[in-house]
Structure formats: C-alpha cells, structure tokens
Design a protein around this ligand. Structure first.
Ligand SMILES: Cc1cc2nc3c(=O)[nH]c(=O)nc-3n(C[C@H](O)[C@H](O)[C@H](O)COP(=O)(O)OP(=O)(O)OC[C@H]3O[C@@H](n4cnc5c(N)ncnc54)[C@H](O)[C@@H]3O)c2cc1C
Ligand code: FES
Length: 240
C-alpha cells in the first residue's frame, strides 16, 4: 500500500472525544477520494488507522474521528505542521442511483456522510448522538449537515432519544435509497425495520478490522465481503 505524506493543517476538538483533523497531502493522489472510501492514516511510531474521508477537495482532506484507543488518542495530539501518512483511497466508491437518499448515522458513523453531503442534492435522514452539543458544533463546521434531523440522547438538540426510537419518522418509497453507518446494534435494528417494510434499498457503510487494505489478508471480512476491496458498502444480509 502506498502512502502520501500529509501535513496537519488543524486538528479541532469538536466536542468530547470527537475530533476533525484537516490535512494537506504533499503530493497528488493517483485518484481523488470519493464517498464512502477510506484511508489508512499512519500516525508515525504509533499505528495505522482506517478512517473515512469526511473532506476531500484537491490536496485538502479531512477525517472526523472519535478517540477510542491508543491510535486515535495519538492522532488527537498531532497539531499544525506535524506530518502523518495517508494511503491512497481504499474500498469502492459508491453513489446512490436515485434522487431520494436517506442517511442514517450513529455517532462517528456520520463521517462518510459528511463527504456524501457534497454530492447528494437533497439528502434527508437522521443522525443519532449521545450529546446534542456535538451535533450543534459539527453542524457549524458542516452547514449541510443541517439537512439531517438530529436525535440526541441527552435531549438537548433535535429529537429526544436514540435514532432507533425515531425510525418511523423516516418515510421510504420504492425508489428510496437508505445508507446506514454506525454501531452494529443500530445497523441491525435499521436493517430489520426496512426488511420488514419491504421498501427501499438499504446499504450499510460497514467497519471491520482492516490490516493489509489490499484484499490479501482476509481480516476485514464482513459477511462474505472483503471490506477493503469490495466494501465498505455492503448489504443488510451481512448484519441480520
Ligand atoms: C473502513 C473503516 C472506516 C472507519 N472510519 C472511521 C471514521 O471516519 N471515524 C472514526 O472515528 N472511526 C472510524 N473507523 C473506526 C476506527 O478505525 C477505529 O476506531 C480506530 O482504528 C481505533 O483505533 P485505536 O488504536 O484508537 O483503538 P484500539 O485500541 O484499536 O481500539 C479501542 C477500542 O475500539 C474498538 N474498535 C477498534 N476498531 C474498531 C472499529 N473498526 N469499529 C468499532 N470498534 C472498534 C476496539 O474493539 C476497542 O474496544 C473506521 C473503521 C473502518 C474499518
Ligand atoms: S484488510 Fe486484508 S483483506 Fe482487507
């Protein structure tokens, strides 16, 4: 896998454990990143982290991430002028075919949809967060996020409760395409609901253990799909 050196332009603590790092890659990608592709972000001396492109514009790329362990913690300490490595875009890009696109995201699962919002004209959907303040702050950085309805567990922003408490507000027709991203239990509930309705097409932007990133080691298998090669969008059958 080849890496492009990238200089940190900013690394903003959006709220709590959530950060947005913006980088300038120091040479051109062979192919520009498209949603929902991801990169292996190399934090020198620490780890390689799979992260979804949330921003991709020329040589500027950005990743919205939650600090969960050593690697993401180390990334959160990098500041302007530090250098990290970013792989060429991995996985297949995927554009919904129709005009009616619904995004359903839980927590950091919003990351790939931040880039999708640049491509989908009239998106709708739900973003579930624990604390409403996260949604308020990220929406200031990504105004198009305002097109999605927020559900907050602390009831301080948008609808009160979990995303899965409000799924019946999401109307779907035969031409609706639903994309889901977030924790597996949320994905399972969403998949079951749309399977029972028998309407719309549902794709899951999945996560798994990525090691080689080039379809060789088999560690990223989701159902029968190699996430790094044929994902990250997989069908609901991998979850229910
Ligand atoms: C294709 C892909 C895209 C991703 N995009 C993003 C993104 O845009 N933003 C973001 O915040 N995260 C994203 N992730 C998850 C992110 O890669 C992990 O959170 C990160 O690698 C954890 O590394 P760590 O060293 O900080 O924590 P570790 O020490 O490796 O793990 C700490 C804890 O987090 C859990 N964990 C680790 N990896 C994952 C994972 N993939 N999914 C769920 N739990 C995990 C571990 O089980 C452990 O409990 C993505 C993962 C994949 C596979
Ligand atoms: S990470 Fe090795 S096959 Fe996907």
């Amino acid at each position: 896998m080849s890496y492009v050196p990238a200089e940190v332009l900013s690394n903003v603590n959006v709220y709590g454990q959530y950060f947005l790092v913006t980088l300038r890659v120091l040479r051109n990608y062979r192919r520009p990143p498209l949603p929902p592709q991801f990169a292996m972000v190399w934090v020198p001396g620490v780890d390689l982290l799979p992260l979804s492109y949330a921003v991709a514009s020329g040589r500027i790329v950005g990743f919205f991430y939650k600090v969960v362990g050593e690697g993401t913690k180390a990334l959160s300490t990098r500041s302007r002028g530090d250098v990290v490595g970013v792989s060429e875009p991995l996985g297949r890009w995927y554009m919904p075919r129709g005009r009616d696109v619904v995004f359903l995201a839980g927590g950091a699962g919003i990351a790939p949809f931040l880039l999708y919002l640049e491509y989908v004209e009239e998106p709708r959907g739900l973003w579930g967060v624990r604390q409403g303040e996260l949604a308020a702050r990220l929406t200031k950085l990504f105004p198009k996020l305002g097109k999605l309805t927020v559900t907050s567990e602390d009831c301080t922003y948008g609808l009160c409760g979990k995303l899965t408490d409000h799924l019946d507000r999401v109307t779907v027709g035969r031409d609706t395409e639903v994309l889901v991203s977030g924790p597996s239990d949320m994905i399972r509930k969403v998949c079951r609901r749309f399977r029972d309705l028998g309407l719309g097409r549902v794709g899951v932007v999945a996560e798994s253990m990525v090691k080689c990133g080039i379809g060789v080691c088999g560690s990223c298998l989701v159902g029968s799909v190699l996430l790094c090669k044929d994902g990250p969008v997989v069908g609901c059958e991998c979850f229910v």
